[in-house]
Design a protein around this ligand. Structure first.
Ligand code: ARG
Length: 593
C-alpha cells in the first residue's frame, strides 16, 4: 500500500492543478502531522499556495479540502484552521495499514539492496591496562545501537574494535606484575583478568609516587625525581625491549594481554555486544610508520633537526602535529593512520564512523586532515561520532579504585537494584528462581541501556541507577513492563483470531496506529542522525499511548467479538514494534515481569 503522506502529497498537487491550473513544484507542498489538539490526521500548510489561489487562507484551504475529498477515497473529511488544512484519513486506510504493513514481522526495516551503503563502525576501543568503565558502557551501547539502526535502515554494517595493546601504559602493568606478582594469574587469584592487570597498573603508579617521594627526601628536585624514578626508567626500558622484539618481554606481554582479553570478552558478553573484527594497535602501528615515512619522502610531512617527523596543519588553521618521535617510535596518531588504511584496504567502505568521546574531537579532526594530505580519497568518509561524558550522581556508588566506575561492578549493581525493586513490589514471588534471575538481568540491563541511550549522544549526562529502574518514568523497565503486559493479554486471548473487521476504529485506536505508522521514519531519522535517543523516545511515547488505551478500554472483554479480534491485532503489532525498537537499542524484553 502506498504511504498515506505520499498519497496526500500527490493529490494535493493534482487538486492545485485542477483548481488553479498550476503545476506545483513538489517541495512547495508541506505536509505535517496534525497537532494533537486539532481534529485530523495530516495537515497541509496552505500559505505557499495563496499566490496561485489568489484567495484568503481560509477559502484556499476549504477549496483544496473539498477538491481532495472528491478526488481521493482515502480522505474522508477536512477542516481549516488559520491557513492549515487538516485532513481526516479514511478508516479503510488505517485498517489496511494494521492488517498488512504493521503486521509484517520486519515492519520499519528497509531491505539491504545490491548497492547498499557500506558503513564501518568502530566502537569500544579500550586500552589493555584497565578494565572497562562507565564511559566505555556509553560507548559500547551507542556503537551497538547505531550499528543496529544503520542495518535496519538498509545499510551493510561492519562493527570493528580497536585495542590499544602496546605502549608505555601496558609496560607499567607488566612491570608492577614482575615486581610484585610472584607468578599470580587470574585463575590463582580468583579474579577477572582485566581487573587484575588494571590493579597492577594502579600499583605501578603507587610505587612510582613512593619512589619520587624518597628521591625528593634525598635532595633530588621533584622535577628530576619524576623523570628518574627507577620504575619509570624500567618501564621505558621494557618498552624499548618490546619494540626490539625481546622474546621474554613479548611473552609476558602476550600472557597479560590474554588475561585482559578474557576479561573484556566477559564484559562484552554481558553487555550483549560483539564485533565482526578486532584490530590491534600492535599490528597496525608499523604500517602507520611506513605511511608516515612515505609522506615524508613525498614532501607532505617534514622532519625537524632532532629527527622527529611532523605534519604542518597551519593552512587548516591548526598547529603542527607530531607523527614520529625523534627516536623513531610512533604515537597514537601514527597508529590510527595505519589502522584506517588497513581497514579501507580490507573492506572498502562508503563511510567509517568512530564512536569516541568528545575529549578526542581534536584528534579525529587532525586524523582526517592528515589522511587527506597523505592523498587518501577516503579520508573524507571518516566521521567522528563524538559523545559526551557520563557520570554517577555524587556519592551514589563507590568504584573499586574510587575514581572511575567499573563496568562490571555497575552491571552487578543494576541487577541487584532490579531485584530489590521487584522484591519490594512482590510481583514475581510465584516464579521459579531461574526465571526470576533472568527477569532481574533483563530489567537491570534494560534500565542501564535505556537510560543511557535515551539521551542525545552529544550531551553530557548523569546516570542515576535508582531512577533508571523506576517503573513509572521514561525508563527501560517502564517499556519492558508495557511489553510484558501486552504479552499477558495475548496469552489470555491466544485462542482468539486476530483480525480487522468491518467495525470502525475508535480515535484512540487510530492514534496508536498513526504512531506506529511513524516507526519507519523514526528509524530513518535515527540512522541519518546516528542518534538512538530518537528510537528510545519514540518507544516511550508509544508505550505511554498504549497504556492509556489499555487503561481506558477493554481488550478481551470489548463490546463485540469483532472488536476483541481487532483490538487483539492492534495489541499484537504494538508489542512487536516495541520488541523491535528495543532490539535496536540492544534491550531484551521479558514476556512477564
Ligand atoms: N584506546 C583509546 C582510549 O582509550 C581510544 C581509541 C579510539 N579509537 C581510535 N581509533 N583512536 O583513549
Amino acid at each position: 500500500m502506498q504511504r498515506i503522506d505520499q498519497h496526500i502529497r500527490e493529490i494535493t498537487l493534482k487538486a492545485v492543478e485542477a483548481l488553479w491550473g498550476t503545476i506545483l513544484p513538489e517541495e512547495q507542498v508541506q505536509i505535517q502531522k496534525t497537532r494533537r489538539d486539532f481534529s485530523g490526521d495530516f495537515t497541509v500548510v496552505v500559505f505557499p499556495l495563496l499566490r496561485y489561489s489568489k484567495q484568503s487562507p481560509e477559502e484556499t484551504g476549504k477549496a483544496l479540502g473539498r477538491q481532495m475529498v472528491e478526488q481521493s477515497d482515502l480522505i474522508d473529511g477536512y477542516n481549516v484552521i488559520k491557513g492549515f488544512l487538516n485532513l481526516i484519513v479514511a478508516q479503510r486506510y488505517w485498517k489496511g495499514l494494521l492488517e498488512e504493513d504493521l503486521r509484517t514481522p520486519r515492519y520499519g526495516s528497509s531491505p539491504v539492496k545490491e548497492d547498499a551503503e557500506r558503513v564501518m563502525i568502530e566502537f569500544s576501543s579500550p586500552n589493555t591496562n584497565k578494565p572497562l568503565h562507565l564511559g566505555h558502557i556509553r560507548n559500547n551501547l551507542l556503537g551497538h545501537s547505531v550499528a543496529r539502526i544503520l542495518e535496519a535502515s538498509g545499510k551493510v554494517v561492519r562493527k570493528v574494535n580497536l585495542v590499544n595493546d602496546r605502549g608505555i601504559h601496558i609496560c607499567k602493568s607488566m612491570l608492577a606484575w614482575q615486581l610484585e606478582g610472584k607468578g599470580r594469574d587470574p585463575a590463582s587469584a580468583g579474579m577477572k583478568g582485566d581487573h587484575m592487570v588494571g590493579d597492577y597498573y594502579v600499583r605501578f603508579d603507587q610505587i612510582y609516587k613512593e619512589q619520587i617521594e624518597s628521591l625528593v627526601q634525598n635532595g633530588v628536585s621533584r622535577k628530576d625525581a619524576e623523570q628518574e624514578a627507577p620504575v619509570l626508567l624500567q618501564a621505558r626500558e621494557m618498552l624499548r625491549k618490546w619494540e626490539a622484539d625481546d622474546p621474554e618481554v613479548r611473552q609476558l606481554w602476550e600472557t597479560m594481554n590474554s588475561w585482559v582479553y578474557e576479561g573484556f570478552e566477559d564484559t562484552y558478553r554481558r553487555l550483549g555486544i560483539s564485533f565482526d573484527r578486532t584490530y590491534y594497535e600492535s599490528q597496525t602501528y608499523s604500517l602507520g610508520k611506513e605511511i608516515v615515512l612515505k609522506g615524508l619522502k613525498d614532501g607532505v610531512l617534514y622532519r625537524k633537526a632532532d629527527g622527529s617527523v611532523w605534519a604542518d596543519l597551519e593552512d587548516e588553521g591548526l598547529d603542527h602535529k607530531l607523527l614520529l618521535r625523534s627516536d623513531g617510535t610512533s604515537v597514537y596518531m601514527t597508529q590510527d593512520v595505519g589502522t584506517a588504511h588497513q581497514r579501507y584496504t580490507e573492506w572498502p567502505f562508503d563511510s567509517h564512523i568512530y564512536v569516541v568521546g568528545n575529549e578526542q574531537n581534536y584528534h579525529f579532526q587532525v586524523l582526517s586532515i592528515i589522511l587527506k594530505k597523505l592523498g587518501f580519497a577516503w579520508a573524507e568518509k571518516l566521521y567522528h561520532l563524538s559523545y559526551g561524558m557520563v557520570e554517577l550522581p555524587e556519592g551514589k556508588m563507590k568504584s573499586r579504585e574510587g575514581t572511575v566506575v567499573d563496568a562490571d561492578d555497575l552491571m552487578d549493581e543494576m541487577e541487584t537494584t532490579a531485584r530489590q525493586m521487584s522484591e519490594e513490589l512482590g510481583k514475581l514471588s510465584s516464579y521459579r528462581e531461574d526465571e526470576r534471575e533472568q527477569i532481574y538481568r533483563k530489567v537491570g540491563m534494560g534500565a542501564l541501556k535505556y537510560f543511557i541511550l535515551k539521551v542525545d549522544p552529544k550531551k553530557n549526562m548523569t546516570f542515576d541507577p535508582r531512577e533508571s529502574v523506576d517503573f513509572n518514568g521514561n525508563t527501560g523497565p517502564f517499556i519492558q513492563y508495557t511489553y510484558a503486559r501486552i504479552q499477558s493479554v495475548l496469552r489470555k486471548g491466544h485462542r482468539i483470531q486476530r483480525a480487522v473487521g468491518s467495525l470502525d476504529l475508535i480515535e484512540k485506536e487510530i492514534a496508536l496506529i498513526r504512531m506506529m505508522f511513524d516507526y519507519p521514519d523514526v528509524i530513518t531519522e535515527a540512522s541519518r542522525a546516528l542518534n538512538p535517543s530518537l528510537v528510545a523516545n519514540f518507544l516511550y511515547e508509544l508505550a505511554k499511548e498504549f497504556n492509556q488505551f489499555y487503561h481506558d478500554h477493554s481488550i478481551l472483554s470489548a463490546e463485540s467479538r469483532e472488536q476483541v479480534r481487532q483490538r487483539l491485532l492492534l495489541v499484537e503489532v504494538a508489542g512487536r514494534i516495541i520488541e523491535s525498537g528495543m532490539a535496536l537499542l540492544g534491550i531484551e524484553v521479558p514476556d512477564r515481569m
